[in-house]
Design a protein around this ligand. Sequence first.
Ligand code: UD1
Ligand code: CA
Length: 474
Amino acid sequence: MRSAVVLAAGRGTRLRSSKPKVLHEAAGRPLLGWVLHALAPLELDHIVVVIGHGAEQVRAYAESLPIPGISCVVQEQQNGTGHAVRIAMESGALDAATDVMVLAGDVPGISTETLSRVFVERGGAAAAVVTTRLDDPTGYGRMIRYGSRITGIVEERDASPEQKRIDEINTGLFAFEAQALRDALGQLTTDNAQGEEYLTDTVAYLAQTRTVVGLEVDSDEVEGVNDRSQLATISSTLNARTLDRLMAGGVGIVDPSSTYVDADVVVEPDALLLPGVMLHGATRIASGAEVGPYSRLTDTVVESGATVAFTVSTGAEIGPEAQVGPYTHLRPGTVLHRGAKAGGFVETKKAVIGEGSKVPHLSYVGDADLGKGVNFGAGSVTVNYDGFNKFHTTIGDGAFVGSDTMLVAPIEVGPGAYVGAGSTITTDVPADALAIERAERRTIDGWGARNRERHTKQSSSEPTSPTESGQKDN
Ligand code: UD1
Ligand code: CA
């Protein structure tokens, strides 16, 4: 029975945040999520997450993940990594465990390959410790070796000047034989510089009678996140990894350095991402769609053959062959059916735009259903809000709404109807009718010329005061 303990009780003081450290996001996923997703393919029997700071928020997130076997245990006071693991071992979930992996919840770069290697490398040893070498090992626990055997780990604050020169450090990732770990945890004391129970002290205890092996890995995989700058660095590393995975799967990415794709976004082969694209949340881009340049899509689906340029979209469905942008804002509940268009300076919300329908320029379409083949002219608006409530607009198939039309909802424009440009329409328009609402036009011949003449005469006959003349040129 293989299980894992993930340490996530710490505050993360150096992030200077009210949010628990492990819930800070890197490349679209909380730090803890990266660790738990890396563990998932190992199909462990139990994953016990030790929580403390922001416990309820962290628990809610951990238990929401679609990964079997996750449970949380609260460490009320952070009395050290050894204390945290002891609480996990005493939670009951690990009673039947034979192999226990321990790692921190703030190492989002860890790969599934390394995690599975740690179990394998332990073999018959009491424990395996994953180590790395750093140019500046300050702050980390140093590995004490006797030849190839590991005999202990000394924390920075307890290390002698000679030990501080050791550049091989403890990454905080271990695999233990469960019974050996239980025995060793029972021996821990707080007799050290920090007055904490150190998990690292189990190594020296076990090494007295058993073997402890080391597994050295590349440092970037096991780097923890302690401050905002490290968070930014790891974000860009993880984003680059996501983009590499997508490109290996056949996705076109013109400029990876300006493209940001969250971990759970789906992009199908032969989709094309132009520079400046950000894809967040549960977004899916189908094969043959083109997104960008400069677009931010959240929880948005883009179907095959659609193009989306210079657009901000949240919670929208962009159908096959649809065209969106440039400079378009799609808000939640927007659905563009096949071949529909939402063009420049158009904003939509809870709007279904039927097959082949066009909203080409400068419009607001909210709380509206447009049928097929509708033309919604430039500058036209569904007037959906009276200051208290929202009302719905329905426009039938093939209707033509002229430019600069205000459709005051609730309202229905029947199929095949026309609305004359510049109209403010407050009641339903029957199918195939023309509705036009304009004041009668007056034309006054020669008015412009007479007007200019009048002003010229006035200004030459006006007595000018010194202050007035001083302002004339303004
Ligand atoms: C620890 C190791 C050190 C190693 C370093 C790698 C110990 C004593 N030291 O040091 O050898 O080089 O990690 O980053 O283990 N945590 C809890 N409860 C606690 C204390 C910590 O859950 O009571 C969690 C933290 O949230 C964090 C992890 O354990 O995720 C490591 O704790 P941290 O305080 O960062 O340990 P370090 O002092 O950095
Ligand atoms: Ca740390």
